[in-house]
Design a protein around this ligand. Sequence first.
Ligand SMILES: *[C@@H]1O[C@H](CO)[C@@H](O)[C@H](O)[C@H]1NC(C)=O
Ligand SMILES: *[C@@H]1O[C@H](CO)[C@@H](O)[C@H](O)[C@H]1NC(C)=O
Length: 605
Amino acid sequence: MRGPRKERWLRFILAIVAVFLVVWYLRNLLSLENFADTVEEGFEGLPLAPGHEPESGSPPPRVEVTAEHKFMDDGLLEVNPEGIHPIYELIRRSEDAWRAKLGRASTTFPQAVAEYRRRYRRHPPKGFDLWWDYVREHAVQLPDEYDQIHADLEPFWGVEPKDLLSIRTELEAKVDSYTVGKTASSRVDVVNTSFELGKYDQLIKGSEKILDLLRDVEEHLPPFRAVFSPHDGPNRLSDYFVEDAARQAAAKGKYIGRKDFPKIDPTGWTSACAPGSPGRNKSINLDKSPPPKTTKKTFIHDHNLAMNPCLHPRHFWHHGHFLSYGRGPTPQKEMIPEFSYCSSHVHHNIRIPTPYGWMEDVLPRSDDPEWDDKVDERAMWRGSNTGIGHSSRTRWQNSHRITLLRIANELKGTISILSPFKSAKEPVGEPIEVRKARLNPGIMDVAFAGDPIMCDPETCRHLQKIFPWRRRQTLQEAGDYKYVIDVDGNGWSGRFKRLITSNSLVFKATIYPEWYIDRIAPWVHYVPVQLDLSDLHDALVFFRGDASGAGAHEDLARKIAVAGRTWSKTFWRREDMVAYFFRLMLEYARLMSEDREAMSYKGRV
Ligand SMILES: *[C@@H]1O[C@H](CO)[C@@H](O)[C@H](O)[C@H]1NC(C)=O
Ligand SMILES: *[C@@H]1O[C@H](CO)[C@@H](O)[C@H](O)[C@H]1NC(C)=O
C-alpha cells in the first residue's frame, strides 16, 4: 500500500472510528435508560475513573475543578454538578478538621483550664483537677471536647438552684423514674425509685451499669441526686421560649424564677423550634405529606446539625419517635433536669454516656475478619421492626426502620445517583437514573429478623407479607459484611459500638446526638446518612461501586472502616465513658448547688 491508496485506507479507518465515536457519544448522551442498563455490567463503555483502574486506559483528564458545593448552615452540603464528587471533598475536609482538633488539644492542666474558661466563660467545676488526673492517668484524648455537656446544661444555669432543687424533688415522685446519688459519706447508689406497679425489676436494670461506671470515680464526686428516665427515648420536650428565657438569664449571669417563665403556647413538636426556623411551622401535620425537599442532591457535612428537626422538619415525618405522637406532646412549662439514655434537639433531657450496647471488642476477635477478609460486599442490616407501634391507627408507614426496608428492597422505578466514576479532578456532573431492580438486590442485604413485633395481628401479617424476614444472624455472620447500615430503634442505636468496632464501614442515620458527638468525625470514622436515607444509595455506590462493584472507592472505604475501629478502641473505652460521666456529674453537682461559686475550681493552675 502506498501513495493515494494508503491515504484512502487511512481516511476509511478514520471515518469508521469517527462514526463509532459519534454513536457511542450519542448513546450515552441521549439514553439514560441505557446508562442504567450498563450498571450491572459495570458501566462498560464509559471512561473509568483514573486512579481506580490504573493499568487500563488513558491518563487523567486535566480538568481544573474550582466550582464549589454549597456548605449550608443546616449541616447539609448541596451538590454543584460542576464540582467534584462531594464525598471526596467531605472526606478531605473532615480529615483536616479532625487532625486540627487533635492537634490543638490541651496537654497540660493550665491549658485545659484556660481552654475551659475561653469556651464557657466561667471557671471549671470544683474537682476539675481530680478529673484532669483521671484523664491523664487513663490516656483519655481530646480533653477539651465536651461541648455536649455544656449544650445540655447551659439553660439550667439560668434557673435558680433552689428552684432546680424543688423541681428535682417533685421529679423524684414522678412515675417511672429512678434517682441515683451519693451523700458525703455514702457510695453512689440508687437512692429513690418511682415505678408503676410491677415494673420495678424491668426498669431498675437500667441503673446497674450506670452505678458501675460512676463507682470508678465515686470518691471524687461531690454529693448529688440525679433523676433518670428508665425509658429508651427522651421525654422532656422543650418549649423554645422557656429554654430561651433560661439561656438569656444564664448569659447575663442571672436567674429566672420558676414563676417567671414565659407562658407556653403548646403546638407540639414545633414548640421546641425558634420562630423563623423551618421547624416552627404551624402547618406541620404528620397525617399529610411532608414539605417537599430540594431537588438538588444533598449530603451531610455536619452530622449534629443535620439531626436537628427544627432545621429539618421532614424528620418529624421520618422517625417513629415523632410519628408516634403526631403533632407532639405538650412541651415542659419549665426546665426539668432529668437524665436519659439519649436525647434529641427538641428535648432537654441531660444525656449520659450510655453504657448499654458498649462492648470491649467484637468477641472473639478472631471470628471478626479484617476488612479484606470480609466476603460479603453488600450493605447489611438486620433487626426488629421497632421504632413505632404498627397498627391501622399508627403512622408506621414512613417510620425510620420501615423506610430503610422499603428503599433497600424496592425493585420498581429508578433512582438518581451521582456517577462514582468521576475522579477527584473532574466535575461530578448531573445525577444519572439507574433502575432500582438492577441496583438494590446487588448492593444491599436488608431484612427484618425474627418475627414482627409491636403490631396488631392484622398489621403483623401485612408486614410479614410486604417485607423480607430472615432468621437472626450470629455476630460471626454479621462480621462477614464490609458495609453495614445503622439506624435508630425505639431510642438510640445500641449496636453502633459493635458495628464501628467490627472493621466494617458503617452508614449511620439518627436523630440522637450522643455523648461522643464532639469526639468523633463523620467521613473519618463512619459515613453519616440523612434520616430519609436520600443519600444512602449515593454513598454506597461511591464506596462499594455499582452492583458489579465497578466505580468502587474501596481504598477510601477500607480507610474509614479501619479508622472507625481504631477510634472505637481509643476513644470509646470504658475510661472514656467514665471521663465524660465524671465531668458531667461535677458540672451537675455545681449546677444544683445553692452556692455555685463555691463549687467552682478556682485553684492555682
Ligand atoms: C422518694 O420519692 C418519693 C416519691 O416517690 C418522695 O415522696 C420521697 O420524698 C423521695 N425520697 C427522698 C429521700 O427524697
Ligand atoms: C411550612 O409548611 C408548608 C407546608 O408543608 C410549606 O409550604 C412551607 O414552606 C413551610 N414553611 C417554612 C418556613 O418552612
